[in-house]
Design a protein around this ligand. Structure first.
Ligand SMILES: Nc1ncnc2c1ncn2[C@@H]1O[C@H](COP(=O)(O)OP(=O)(O)OP(=O)(O)O)[C@@H](O)[C@H]1O
Ligand SMILES: [Mg+2]
Length: 347
C-alpha cells in the first residue's frame, strides 16, 4: 500500500520514505503545450492550448495522481514530461537537470529512467514480437545485459515480478488476456530499471475484475523498487487509493493540488467538489450531495476568459471570475494544498 507522505514541505512522518528519497525527481515549471490547428482545409490557423502554465513536482518513490475530464490535457502533460511531445514553453526538470535543451543523444540515458505505461496494452505491444523479444528489446537498446543468456534471465525475472511465467516468453501478445497484456507492458517498462513511470489510464481498458490486480501490482512494484508514478486516471477512487498527492486539471491548467487526504477530505475548488460528488461511496455517512456539472467542457481553442471554469461554476462571483484568472495559491502556508479559485469552499 502506498504510504501517505502529507504535503510538500510538511515535516517527515515515521511512515514516510527515508529523507534521501524525498527529493524532487521530476518537476515542470510553468510549462505549456500549444497545438496549431486549422479550421477546414484552407481555414484559419488557430492555437489549441492543451496544457497551460503547469507547475508540478513528483518526488522519488511517490505517486502523483492526475485527474480531470476527458480532453483537459492529462496525456499531453504526461507526454511533455517525457518529451514524447515537445512542450511549447516552460521547463521540465529531471533530477535537478533542465532537460528541454538536451539533444537526443544527451536524452538517451534519461530515456531509460523515464517510462510510460499506456491505456491500451494491446495496441502498444508489437503483435509480431514474442514476449521475450518485447521485453528483451528495451534491455538491448540500453545495453543492460552482458550476454544473450543474461538477457534471457533478466526477462524471466521481470515476467515473474509482474506475475507471469518463464513459459510465457515464446508467446505472442494475442495469446494473452487484457490483464496479462498490461503485465507485459509493465514488464517492458520495468526492464530498464526506471525511476519514473507515467501510467496513462493503465487500467481503464481492463475488466473491472482485473483492475484491482494491476493496481496492486503497481503498488507492490513501487514498494519494492521505489519507482515514482504520475498516475493519470478518470477514476477518482483508484487515484485516491494509489496516490500520495493529487492534481486536478481543467482545460489545460491545474486548478487544485494537495495531499490525497486533504484534497479528498476537504476539496476547495468547486470543480473538484463536482468531480468527487459523482464518486459512489459505500458509507452513507460520507455521501456527498451530487453536484451536476452543466454544459460541456469549453474548447481549449477558445477558452472562456478569466477563470475558465466560471461558465459552469455554481459559486462564480460576477465581476471577478469572468474577468481575472485566479492564481494557484496555497490556502494555508506550508499546507501544500493549493487552489486556483476566487471563491473556494472553505475547509
Ligand atoms: N497532436 C495533437 N494535435 C492537436 N490537438 C491535440 C493533439 N493532442 C491532443 N490534442 C488536444 O489537446 C487537448 C488535450 O488532450 P489530451 O489527450 O491531453 O487530454 P486527456 O485529458 O488525456 O483526455 P482523455 O481523458 O480523453 O485521455 C484535447 O483538446 C485534444 O484534442
Ligand atoms: Mg488521455
Amino acid at each position: 500500500m502506498a504510504q501517505k507522505t502529507g504535503t510538500d514541505d510538511a515535516p517527515l512522518k515515521l511512515t514516510d520514505p527515508p529523507p534521501g528519497k524525498q527529493r524532487t525527481l521530476v518537476a515542470t515549471e510553468r510549462m505549456g503545450k500549444y497545438f496549431p490547428v486549422q479550421k477546414g482545409l484552407f481555414g484559419e490557423r488557430q492555437v489549441l492550448r492543451a496544457v497551460d502554465s503547469v507547475s508540478l513536482r513528483v518526488r522519488r518513490g511517490e505517486t502523483l495522481g492526475l485527474v480531470g475530464e476527458s480532453g483537459c490535457g492529462k496525456s499531453t502533460l504526461g507526454r511533455c514530461i517525457l518529451r514524447l511531445v515537445e512542450p511549447t514553453y516552460g521547463r521540465v526538470v529531471y533530477d535537478g537537470r533542465d532537460i528541454l535543451p538536451l539533444s537526443s543523444s544527451e536524452m538517451r540515458p534519461l530515456r531509460r529512467k523515464m517510462q510510460i505505461i499506456f491505456q491500451d496494452p494491446y495496441s502498444s505491444l508489437n503483435p509480431r514480437m514474442t514476449v521475450r523479444q518485447i521485453v528483451g528489446e528495451a534491455i538491448q537498446i540500453h545495453k543492460l545485459a552482458a550476454s544473450k543468456k543474461d538477457e534471457e534471465e533478466m526477462v524471466a525475472d521481470l515476467l515473474q515480478k509482474v506475475g507471469l511465467r518463464r513459459e510465457h516468453m515464446g508467446r505472442y501478445p494475442h495469446e494473452f488476456s487484457g490483464g496479462q497484456r498490461q503485465r507485459i507492458g509493465i514488464a517492458r517498462a520495468l526492464a530498464v530499471k526506471p525511476e519514473f513511470i507515467v501510467c496513462d489510464e493503465p487500467i481503464s481498458a481492463l475488466d473491472v475484475s482485473i483492475q484491482a490486480q494491476i493496481v496492486n501490482l503497481l503498488l507492490d512494484l513501487q514498494d519494492e523498487l521505489g519507482v515514482a508514478f504520475l498516475f493519470i486516471s478518470h477514476d477518482l477512487k483508484v487515484v485516491e487509493h494509489v496516490s500520495h498527492r493529487v492534481c486536478v486539471m481543467y482545460l489545460g491548467r491545474i486548478v487544485e493540488q494537495g495531499g490525497v487526504e486533504e484534497l479528498y477530505g476537504a476539496p476547495l475548488h468547486p470543480y473538484t467538489r463536482a468531480l468527487l460528488s459523482a464518486v459512489p461511496v459505500a458509507d452513507p455517512e460520507k455521501k456527498r450531495l451530487r453536484i451536476l456539472l452543466e454544459g460541456d467542457v469549453p474548447s481549449p481553442i477558445d477558452p472562456p476568459g478569466g477563470c475558465s471554469f466560471h461558465p459552469r461554476c455554481n459559486r462564480a462571483l460576477r465581476g471577478t471570475c469572468e474577468k481575472e484568472e485566479p492564481p494557484l495559491a496555497e490556502v494555508r502556508q506550508g499546507s501544500g494544498h493549493k487552489v486556483a479559485c476566487w471563491n473556494p469552499h472553505t475547509e
